[in-house]
Ligand binder design. Structure first.
Ligand SMILES: *[C@@H]1O[C@H](CO)[C@@H](O)[C@H](O)[C@H]1NC(C)=O
Ligand SMILES: *[C@@H]1O[C@H](CO)[C@@H](O)[C@H](O)[C@H]1NC(C)=O
Ligand SMILES: *[C@@H]1O[C@H](CO)[C@@H](O)[C@H](O)[C@H]1NC(C)=O
Ligand SMILES: [Zn+2]
Length: 387
C-alpha cells in the first residue's frame, strides 16, 4: 500500500510539475517589454505629419479605385517596402461594380518580412504571420474626398511600424540562425503588411458594394493550398492574427474590444497603452482618456461588430483584432476628413502603441537599439531619457 502510495504521489508530483512547467511556458510565451525597452521604441518623429511627413503626406490625396491617385499610393508603398527589402506581392483583379458593367481593375498589395530560413517557396506552408491591415482606397464621393483617417493615416502608421521593427527582427533572426535552435526556428513567425483596395462603396454600402479587395483576397487565400503536411493548410490559415486599423487619427479616439476570442490580444495592447501613458511616453499625455478603454471588459454583446475589411476573413475563421474608433470620427465621410483635421499626437501615439504590440509579439526586447535604429526613440522625442 505505502509503496504504491509513494509511487502515486511521485507520479502526482511529476504530473503537477509537468503541468506547472507547461503553464509557465504558455504564460511566458508572451514577451512583455520592460520599461527600458518601451523607451527605446523608435519614434515616428515628423514622418506622420500631414504637411511634412514623408510617410503620410504622399497619401493625403484622393485614392479612388483605378485612378492616378490610387496608383501613386501603390507606388509609395512599393518604393518604401522595396527599400526595406521586404518581399512584395500584388493581387490584381477586375470585376464589375455597381457603377460599371465593365470590369474595374483593383489591386491589393502586401509585403512580407519572413525569417530568412523560411523564405524559399518550399517553406511557404511553414510560415504563420501576424498581419497588419488597412485599406488604401478612398471614397469616390464627395469629389475630392481625402479620407485622412479613412485610411491614409492607418496606412502610414503601419509603414512606420514596419520600419520601426525591421532592424530588430533581422537582428533577432541573425541570432537565432547563429544559435541554430531547430525548435525555435521552426516556430518563428513572419510579419505581413496588407493594404487593401476597394473597401469603400461606390454608391451605398452593401455586401455587394463594398470591401471588393478583401472579399477577393479572402476567397483566393482560402483556395490557395500549401503542400500536404504543411503546418498551415492554406494561405488563409497562416494568418495568426489579422489586425485591422481603420478610422484612426482623429482626436479623442475610443476603440472598444469587439471580439471575445481575441480579447487576450486587445488586453496586451491596452496594457501597453496604460504603461506607455504612465511613463509619459505618449504625446497625447499622461492624463488623456484611454484610446483602448476595454481591458477589463468581460461581456461581449452580440452584434457589436462593424462592417469592414475583416468580415470575409472573419467568416472564414480568421482571428481578428479590429482597431476602429467607435463612435466614428466626427469628420467621417465628409470633406473634413483631411490632413488639417488629424490629431498629430494621436496619430503618433497609435503608431507607437501598435509598434510596442508587434515588438512584444516577436519578443524583440533584446534587439531594440538605444538610437531607435536611426529614427530616434520615443523617450528622446519627449525628453524622458532619465530612467
Ligand atoms: C534583400 O533580401 C534578399 C533575400 O530576401 C537578400 O538576398 C539580399 O541580400 C537583401 N538585400 C539587402 C540589400 O539587404
Ligand atoms: C498590379 O497593379 C499595380 C497597379 O496598377 C501595378 O503597379 C502592379 O505592377 C501590378 N502587379 C502585377 C503583379 O501585375
Ligand atoms: C525637448 O527638449 C528640447 C531641447 O531642450 C526642446 O527643444 C523640445 O521642445 C523638448 N520637447 C518636449 C516635447 O518637451
Ligand atoms: Zn470610409
Amino acid at each position: 500500500m505505502a509503496r504504491i502510495g509513494t509511487v502515486d504521489s511521485c507520479l502526482l508530483i511529476a504530473y503537477s510539475l509537468l503541468a506547472f512547467c507547461s503553464f509557465i511556458t504558455s504564460v511566458s510565451s508572451w514577451n512583455r517589454l520592460s520599461d527600458g525597452a518601451l523607451k527605446k521604441l523608435p519614434s515616428p518623429g515628423d514622418t506622420l505629419h500631414p504637411d511634412k511627413g514623408k510617410l503620410l503626406k504622399p497619401l493625403l490625396i484622393p485614392r479612388v479605385v483605378n485612378t492616378e491617385g490610387s496608383r501613386k499610393a501603390l507606388r509609395h508603398f512599393t518604393t518604401f517596402f522595396s527599400d526595406l527589402n521586404w518581399s512584395l506581392n500584388y493581387d490584381n483583379f477586375s470585376q464589375p461594380t455597381v457603377i460599371s458593367k465593365d470590369p474595374v481593375p483593383f489591386a491589393n498589395f502586401w509585403a512580407t518580412l519572413d525569417p530568412p530560413w523560411k523564405t524559399q517557396e518550399r517553406h511557404q506552408g511553414e510560415i504563420g504571420r501576424l498581419v497588419l491591415v488597412a485599406h488604401y482606397d478612398s471614397k469616390i464621393e464627395p469629389a475630392g474626398f481625402i479620407g485622412a483617417t479613412d485610411s491614409a493615416a492607418p496606412c502610414a502608421m503601419i509603414m512606420h511600424i514596419a520600419k520601426a521593427i525591421d532592424g530588430a527582427m533581422r537582428r533577432k533572426w541573425a541570432k537565432m540562425e547563429k544559435d541554430a535552435d531547430e525548435f525555435e526556428m521552426a516556430d518563428e513567425q513572419g510579419l505581413m503588411v496588407l493594404l487593401l483596395d476597394g473597401e469603400e462603396a461606390f454608391k451605398w454600402w452593401s455586401s455587394e458594394d463594398s470591401i471588393y479587395g478583401a472579399r477577393h483576397l479572402a476567397e483566393k487565400w482560402e483556395s490557395t493550398m500549401n503542400a500536404a503536411h504543411s503546418t498551415y493548410k492554406n494561405h488563409l490559415s497562416s494568418i495568426n492574427l489579422f489586425v485591422l486599423l481603420d478610422l484612426l487619427g482623429a482626436p479623442m479616439p475610443r476603440v472598444p474590444s469587439y471580439f471575445k476570442v481575441t480579447h487576450w490580444a486587445y488586453q496586451h495592447l491596452a496594457d501597453l497603452e496604460i504603461r506607455l501613458r504612465g511613463l509619459g511616453l505618449l504625446e497625447s499625455g499622461k492624463d488623456h482618456a484611454l484610446f483602448l478603454p476595454d481591458r477589463d471588459k468581460t461581456v461581449f454583446p452580440e452584434g457589436l461588430s462593424i462592417e469592414d475589411d475583416h468580415i470575409p476573413f472573419l467568416k472564414k475563421g480568421v482571428d481578428i483584432l479590429h482597431l476602429i474608433a467607435s463612435p466614428f470620427p466626427s469628420v467621417w465621410h465628409t470633406m473634413n476628413d483631411d490632413g488639417a483635421h488629424l490629431d498629430k499626437q494621436v496619430v503618433n501615439d497609435w503608431a507607437v502603441i501598435v509598434s510596442a504590440f508587434v515588438a512584444e509579439w516577436y519578443g524583440l526586447e533584446p534587439y531594440l537599439t538605444a538610437n531607435g535604429d536611426g529614427m530616434s526613440t520615443i523617450s528622446k522625442r519627449l525628453n524622458k531619457t532619465e530612467l
